[in-house]
Ligand binder design. Structure first.
Ligand code: PLP
Length: 387
């Protein structure tokens, strides 16, 4: 490996949400294993490109150059064999903003947005902010894995008020990569009931085996908007650069108009520069990152699995462990207090919907030393509560 992911990068006192805001969230300084970002430097090509901007030292109005679109198209083609055209891309400062504009363009106030909890929590928050209802077809948890409950899913789609399905692929919080059969079934059902699919694929590049963009399988007339970003992949969330992809020109026009109405910002010079450089130069770095993440996941998995009554969900993508402690009977409040007492900050499962209660989500994208330390603290917390 040419990248040393075990180098210690102190992030304290850098206005870093994960580290510096932990005392506000948890009531004291803890080892932060909560919010989904990584304690790693980006690929060297990104650093060099950003340094060039800083060395030039002029920060007037910028635009996103065509070569950035080309970099995205090439990346998607190389990684997923998915051929898109540059004009299908619309930039947004982040993925949650993409969810909001896509929903506004595809649905009317009072209509239903379907989602499958447990799921990334802003999914619950965005639709009501713009006057849409949230309806659920909860995922089904069996043998440590989530599956669609296609009967309930279809019932919700059949409601004429349901006009959009907000999809998390790969799945956050469990790291599940959906199979081609599942994706095809979703497309078929959504096309049948004329429900648009908004597919949040921010974690896709972090799949350990293969991820398929749902839009790449669309052989029907299903409406699919894909939301992507280099932010999770290359640890660039603070630079605010994301984009959505739609092959429907009329829909894109509506989205562009809504962005203008809302006065949404375009990408700033740092975000645009980093996005392009990441996709042009970050491939080898990503290969190495995935090796390190897998190692961290395996270490954590092994240690946590030794605890009685605790089950660890296998992960197909990303760096978030999803731990099932329901059999212990411990309540969320009790567990959180003990984890904080032991000095570790995680995310409670009910954040992702009631279906997540009895689970915790643990971020292991840090050095091996800190992963070991954090997992030891989590093991100590469970051990104290179970003896
Ligand atoms: C599924 C999913 N979508 C979106 C986001 C946030 O993206 P952004 O910061 O670009 O809004 C996250 C962050 O954890 C996520 O897990």
């Amino acid at each position: 490996m040419t990248t040393n992911f075990n180098e210690v990068n102190r992030r304290q006192q850098t206005n870093c949400l994960k580290w510096d805001n932990a005392p506000t969230v948890f009531g004291k300084a803890v080892l932060p294993m909560w919010i989904a970002d990584m304690d790693f430097h980006p690929p060297a090509g990104v650093t060099l490109a950003l340094q060039k901007v800083v060395n030039h030292n002029i920060y007037g109005y910028n635009f996103v150059p065509d070569v950035a679109n080309t970099a995205i198209c090439n990346w998607l083609h190389r990684k997923y064999n998915w051929q898109i055209e540059p004009e299908m891309i619309i930039y947004n400062h982040n993925v949650v903003a993409s969810i909001s504009v896509a929903l506004e363009a595809l649905t009317q106030p009072g209509e239903n947005v379907l989602m499958c909890p447990p799921v990334y929590n802003p999914f619950f928050e965005v639709p009501p902010r713009i006057g849409r209802n949230v309806v659920f077809a909860p995922l089904h948890y069996q043998d440590h894995r989530y599956y669609f409950d296609f009967d309930t899913f279809e019932q919700r789609l059949a409601d004429p008020l349901t006009t959009a399905f907000l999809f998390c692929s790969p799945h956050n919080p469990s790291g599940r990569v959906w199979s081609q059969a599942e994706l095809s079934q979703i497309i078929m059902l959504c096309a049948q009931y004329n429900v648009a699919i908004i597919s949040d694929e921010i974690h896709s590049d972090l799949a350990f085996e293969s991820h398929v963009p749902i839009a790449a399988l669309n052989t029907t007339q299903a409406t699919i908007v894909t939301l992507m970003a280099p932010s999770k992949t290359f640890n660039l969330a603070g630079l605010q650069a994301a984009y959505l992809i739609s092959d429907n020109a009329q829909l894109r026009e509506r989205i562009v108009a809504i962005r203008a109405e809302r006065a949404y910002p375009d990408l700033n010079i740092f975000g645009a520069t980093a996005l392009q450089a990441a996709y042009e130069t970050g491939g080898d770095w990503l290969t190495e990152l995935l090796v390190q993440l897998k190692k961290n996941i395996d270490t954590a998995h092994k240690q946590l699995s030794q605890l009685p009554l605790i089950e660890v969900t296998p992960i197909d993508a990303s760096y978030l462990l999803w731990i099932d402690y329901r059999q212990t009977g411990i309540s969320e409040n009790t567990l959180m207090s003990e984890l904080i007492e032991q000095g570790v900050g995680i995310t409670l499962g009910s954040v992702y919907g009631e279906e997540g209660r009895g689970f915790i989500r643990i971020n292991v994208a840090t050095t091996e030393t800190l992963v070991n330390e954090g997992i030891n603290r989590i093991v100590a917390a469970f051990t104290n509560l179970m003896t």
